[in-house]
Design a binder for this molecule. Structure first.
Ligand code: AMP
Length: 593
């Protein structure tokens, strides 16, 4: 098997590529001596059509990103491909550009199907196809996802579509109803495959795969490569080219990551302080449940922030509006649950706050990936209560970098933040030239008149004007901050205590031995899979025929669980149990020696 392994080591930023191109274009416009053909274009040499090269140039891309450089030659040859890369690496263009150029004209039947875990990502990918396909002749691209009107989708499909981007459930529905014709499909892309697995779509994806023509190109992109995704790629892809962009560490380098050790009851206070002290344009706050999105949003609104909420209850059209408001800057803070914010790509997000601990390290990687978009710098802050402190090690391993502790911002941090924000506002106001000349001269007169009347310097009048902008509350806070020290000390004590009892539990002292006639087994599902004892009991009872009450003690840990089962399990049952899937993960049961 031919392997293309592209491990990135040097720092790479899509922004730099864009910046270089812009300056080069500016230069060309100034001199206007070179023709289009003379522009050095890193996209030449892959066999792209002139239309496509023109569009790429208009987009301002100069150089292909590392994943693009590695993927273009393979995909232009029609090879299968497995790419390990996260969003922000340019992976959409990596598959979209070659696929667009390889489309057959006037087919009016779907030729390319892209599956994405969320409707947000489906819409984004469809938009990218539209943008990249702008120079091609009449390409029809359709995004189909749940929650949108079925009829409208059917009508669009009937009119003829070349490229479909959709979520697995809705795509499957259309295939079952024969409203989506797969006969002409020559390519399937699985985008963010690990997310589809995590969201429980893998069976749907496999069903869709089984319905496709045998002669087809398969492309799989995934930020991480859990064993299930490896299996999928092994079973369905034909000698794929493999590309790994080690973007985790690279992205992590761009994202400054800290944690605040804090008890749940102080989180809201701490959150308000963090937002005051930080000077970021766009902030996403991740919480665990819908109810918490509302509590957090209300508190922040009361504290004067422009807040929006994204949770499963927010209807689709409103979600799109919310994301647009965030993008445009009419909302600064978004409070979201994981599912609702998946695939969200807004460049102005400078800070991600993990108000609640993510369910697992993959969720953490995805959450913090909402900042540092397209090579920008970003920051992520995690709130961890004493019981959660020991998860931080897992997260550090996943991002390949230390997550440093930080203190709850003090009054002086907040005041510094407020001054910086005011500074920014002043600069913006000063830069935005007042258009109305008459108004300016009137304001000038007002300034002079006030200074003369009070016999003070114009500088003092300027300070009065700034105070007007600051509003009635004082600029500098003098709120009580003594609780911060107490809270930090007590949470430090509790984490130490938790750490010790965790170590005891790990050493097996707290767990105790299985009862007589029982044996202890270890299975590969744990908290990260959101498994509950009932899931394990149900699945094992079903598979083995054991009565639920014969299943002994169950202890669930982050990545595995321990289960006590009657001694002497027959080998056949043991084998079946190994492959049995609970919460979408094989149990891989073993004796816990
Ligand atoms: P993605 O990883 O597909 O989410 O892309 C991240 C961002 O990078 C998108 O906003 C793209 O428009 C942009 N982008 C993709 N390829 C390039 C490139 N070669 N040069 C500059 N920007 C790019």
């Amino acid at each position: 098997m031919e392997k293309t392994t592209n491990s990135k080591t040097e720092e790479f930023s899509l922004d730099d590529l864009q910046e270089e191109t812009n300056s080069q274009e500016r230069e060309l416009n100034d001199t206007e001596i070179l023709s289009d053909k003379d522009i050095p274009n890193g996209f030449e040499g892959f066999g792209f059509s002139d239309e496509l090269l023109k569009t790429i140039k208009e987009k301002g891309y100069k150089e292909p990103s590392p994943i693009q450089k590695a993927a273009f030659p393979e995909l232009m040859l029609g090879r299968d491909l497995v790419g390990q890369a996260q969003t922000g690496t340019g992976k959409t263009a990596a598959f979209a550009l070659p696929l667009l150029d390889r489309l057959k004209e006037n087919e009016r039947k779907p030729q390319v199907l892209v599956l994405t875990p969320t409707r947000e990502l489906a819409m984004q990918v469809a938009d990218s196809f539209r943008a990249y396909g702008a120079g091609h002749n009449h390409i029809n691209i359709l995004a189909i996802y749940g929650g949108a009107d079925f009829r409208t989708q059917i009508n669009a499909l009937k009119r003829g579509v070349d490229i479909i981007v959709g979520t697995p459930g809705r795509v499957m529905d259309h295939m079952r109803q024969k409203t989506l014709n797969t006969i002409g499909l020559s390519c399937l892309v699985l985008d963010e495959a690990d997310e589809m697995l995590r969201m429980g779509f893998i069976d749907d994806v496999e069903w869709i795969l089984s319905q496709l023509p045998l002669e087809r190109q398969l492309i799989l992109f995934s930020a991480t490569m859990p064993s299930e995704i490896r299996r999928l790629s092994k079973n369905y892809l034909n000698e794929p080219a493999e590309i790994t962009i080690k973007s985790c560490a690279q992205e992590a380098r761009l994202i400054k990551q800290n944690f605040i050790s804090i008890k749940n009851s102080y989180k809201l206070e701490a959150l308000k302080r963090v937002l005051e002290a930080k000077n970021d344009e766009g902030v996403i706050i991740f919480v665990r449940t819908k109810v918490i999105t509302l509590v957090v949003a209300e508190t922040l609104e009361a504290a004067g922030h422009e807040v929006a909420v994204l949770n499963g209850d927010v209807p689709q059209n409103q979600r799109e509006r919310t994301v647009e408001r965030l993008r445009k800057g009419s909302v600064d803070v978004l409070v979201a649950t994981d599912v609702a914010a998946r695939g969200l790509d807004v460049e102005r997000i400078g800070l991600v706050i993990n108000y609640d601990m993510p369910f697992d390290s993959e969720a953490y990687v995805h959450r913090i990936g909402r900042t540092g978009r397209a090579g920008r710098n970003g920051e992520a802050i995690l709130f961890a209560n004493p019981r959660e402190r020991h998860f931080i090690g897992n997260l550090e391993r996943a991002v390949g970098q230390k997550i440093e502790p930080m203190a709850i911002p003090s009054n002086s941090d907040i005041n510094k933040g407020r001054l910086e924000k005011l500074h920014k506002r002043l600069i913006n106001a000063a830069k935005n030239e007042h258009k109305d000349k008459e108004e300016i001269s009137l304001l000038n007169e007002l300034l002079k008149k006030t200074a003369e009347e009070l016999q003070i310097d114009p500088e003092q009048v300027a300070i009065a004007a700034i105070s007007l902008a600051v509003g009635p509350s004082p600029l500098l806070t003098q709120d009580d901050e003594s609780w911060i020290k107490q809270v930090s000390n007590s949470s430090r004590r509790e984490s130490r205590h938790e750490g010790r009892s965790l170590a005891r539990r790990k050493n097996g002292r707290d767990i105790g031995q299985p009862e007589k006639n029982m044996e202890r087994f270890r299975v590969a599902v744990g908290h990260r899979d959101r498994v509950k004892p009932g899931n394990l009991v149900g699945a094992i009872a079903n598979e083995t025929g054991l009565k639920g009450r014969m299943i002994g003690r169950i202890q669930i840990f982050e990545s595995y669980s321990l289960i006590d089962l009657p001694k002497g399990m027959p080998e056949k049952i043991f084998k079946d149990l190994k492959r049995l899937k609970v919460m979408n993960r094989e149990l891989q049961i073993n004796r816990n020696s």
